[in-house]
Unconditional design. Sequence first.
Length: 137
Amino acid sequence: MGRTGRAALAAMVLAAVAVLGVGIPATAGAASISGNLAAHPYSYHGRAPAKFNFTGVIQVHGMRRGETMNVSFMYVFSDGGTKMGRPLIFKRDGVRQIHTGWKFGSPGDQGTGWCELKITEPYDRSICKANFSYQMR
C-alpha cells in the first residue's frame, strides 16, 4: 500500500471512530505494559486467619518522547473480591513496585487461591496471577 493509500485508510478509520463514538486512549501508542506478582508466603500452614502479601511490578516500555501514560490497575482475588491499586503515571519507560495484602480464612479451611493483577487503564487486560495454598487450624 502506498503513501496515499495509507493516508486514506487512516482517514477512514478516524471517521469511523468519530461516527461510532469509540474512543482511542491518548496513550494508545507503541508502548506496552507488563508486570508480575508473587504471593508471600507461597504456602501457608498455621492459625486462621491467614495473611498473604502480594508484591510485584508494573513496567512500561516503548514510550515516545513527551508521552505520558496513566496506568490504573486492580487486584482480583480468587474469592471474587477486588481492590483498586493506586494509579501510576509514567513519563518515560520504567518500572514501579506494587503491593497489597489479603487476610482471610477460618479454622479448618484449606485449599488454593490466587491474586490476579489486572490493568484497567489505558486498556482492560489481565497481566498475571500469583497462586498460593493454605491449610489453617
